[in-house]
Design a protein around this ligand. Structure first.
Ligand code: SF4
Ligand code: SF4
Length: 505
């Protein structure tokens, strides 16, 4: 059967050696399947503009894996020291059964002639800490993660790891293989596979390995998002939409980055904090999952699920309304139910008849080539009114009525929404395009309408967004600014500059 996969215009078909890295088997929703397939097949873009490297290391596992060549931020240094400590505790040296670190293995499978994909050789490369016993009879692959999740491990990922560890080169092939995940945060471990070499190969064959390999190599979906930053195919990507000048800053010689309003707010509070959040260093759960923040997220998750069914919400909110994965104290559960009943009066689906006209929490990604920044936004809801897009944001509040003034500064996501709508970056007609800010309060729901075409709104939106972006865009070092924000900083644990409560007061 002929290969029906083909790269987009501007990309040359690659080599006969297909190389899949272990991480590609782990579809987290944030990887771009089309980019992974092109990379694995060795496809080359015909044009690849020069890019500037970051001054600081931006890969959080880099220093731990000794794969870092850039300078390392204080936060990442603290985190790496912590990670080494827990790694040592999780895997103490055992003189009776010593293991030595060795270079990463790579599995290779050669074919006598090219197959239907045009591949003559398949490779699976391992990423993680690779160890073997002195006599080479045992191999162990240790996969670092921040935390061990409750969710089941990715089946195809475990299958591919088992095969590559059992059959990979260099080195003598082992008799026994172990794959273990370990959490750098607390040293917990989870064994993903343990068995003989033959069992590891069997695990690949019967455990979803070939299917997972095909899924990577034949990926067609272009999924714009954070992975676009390092993507070699960005200049020719048919799915990534451009928004020249969206952020109002220029970026000659600046490294390509992503930006969201959440980053902007976090940077404004403290540049070091934003940098550590971007590195995904583990955040303090007590801050990140405070009861009120958790209630807000639970309300959003409930509404997203309801709106996904394309039915208008009603005041009938079940007693057990809290979605899976959230834990709320009773008081917050009661308040959440009340706020959801308030939402029924302003639910946008009351006036939308066409199901295809509703997008629930869509990921909106635009590349601003002037700043070379990928702007990422996630409106709570987009729906069409006639030919125009309406951007709905929902907030929850435990207090009484709020002020309608200064909305764009208070909620900068509205400023970004105003720019995207007024510039026509979302498409559709500008005639009825608008932003709706819904604030759910115990006493009722506010619905503020913002007209993105009003000159004063556009000017305020530009000023707000530029104000959040400009300093960050020039910054390479993300210095900490200790102060009042430290007391509510979710990554304070990794910051040696944090102010104590007395200093912050
Ligand atoms: S630019 Fe983004 S969407 Fe396009 S191929 Fe690359 S990662 Fe995928
Ligand atoms: S603890 Fe304070 S100085 Fe350190 S990152 Fe957090 S807010 Fe910034």
């Amino acid at each position: 059967m002929a290969d029906s996969w083909s790269p987009p215009d501007g990309v040359d078909k690659g080599s006969e050696v297909f190389t899949v890295s272990l991480g590609m088997f782990k579809d987290t929703g944030y990887r771009c399947p089309a980019a992974d397939a092109m990379k694995a097949r060795g496809c080359r873009p015909r044009a690849r503009p020069e890019s500037t490297r970051e001054t600081l290391e931006h890969f959080a596992f880099g220093p731990f894996m000794k794969a870092s060549h850039a300078s390392v931020h204080d936060g990442l240094q603290q985190w790496t020291a912590h990670a080494h400590e827990h790694y040592g505790a999780a895997f103490p040296e055992d003189p009776a059964s010593p293991m030595t670190e060795v270079p990463a293995w790579s599995y290779r499978y050669q074919l006598p002639e090219p197959d239907q994909r045009g591949a003559r050789e398949y490779r699976i490369t391992v990423w993680g800490r690779c160890l073997r016993s002195p006599d080479g009879t045992r191999r162990e692959l240790r996969l670092p993660v921040n935390r061990i999740k409750d969710a089941e491990p990715h089946r195809g990922h475990v299958a591919a790891a088992a095969l590559a560890t059992a059959e990979g080169i260099p080195g003598p092939l082992p008799e026994r293989v172990r794959i273990v995940e370990f959490a750098l945060l607390d040293g917990r471990t989870r064994t993903l596979f343990e068995g003989t070499r033959a069992e590891a190969v069997e695990r690949y064959r019967k455990g979803g390995g070939p299917e997972a390999l095909s899924a990577v190599l034949d990926g067609r979906e272009f999924r714009p998002g954070s992975s676009c930053t390092g993507c070699a195919y960005l200049a020719v990507c048919p799915a990534l939409r451009r928004a020249p000048g969206l952020l109002g800053v220029t970026g000659e010689g600046r490294p390509r980055r992503t930006w969201s309003v959440t980053n902007g707010r976090s940077y404004r509070a403290c540049p070091a904090r934003d940098h550590m959040r971007r590195l995904h260093l583990p955040a303090a759960q007590a801050v990140e999952r405070s009861p009120s923040a958790e209630r807000g997220r639970a309300v959003h998750a409930y509404l997203a699920e309801r709106h996904g069914l394309h039915r208008p919400c009603t005041v009938d909110v079940p007693a057990q309304w809290v979605p899976d994965g959230f834990e709320l104290p009773e008081e917050e559960q009661r308040l959440g139910a009340l706020l959801l009943r308030r939402h029924a009066a302003v639910c946008p689906l009351r006036c939308v008849r066409d199901r295809s006209a509703v997008r629930v929490e869509p990921r909106v990604v635009r590349h601003d080539p002037f700043s070379d920044v990928l702007v990422i936004a996630e409106p709570d809801l987009l729906y069409r009114d006639g030919d125009s897009w309406v951007w709905r944001e929902t907030k929850t509040s435990a207090t009484g009525w709020g002020r309608p003034e200064g909305l764009l500064e208070r909620y900068p996501q509205l400023a970004l929404a105003a720019l995207l709508l007024s510039r026509g970056d979302l498409g559709g007609s500008p005639t009825r395009a608008r932003i709706e800010l819904e604030v759910l309060r115990p006493a009722g729901a506010d619905l503020e309408i913002v007209d993105p075409r009003a000159p004063e709104i556009r000017a305020a939106a530009e000023e707000t967004v530029r104000g959040l972006v400009a300093d960050w865009h020039r910054d390479d070092h993300y210095a900490p600014t200790p102060g009042a924000a430290c007391t509510r900083c979710e990554v304070a644990r990794w910051c040696s500059a944090r102010a104590n409560e007395k200093e912050a007061a």
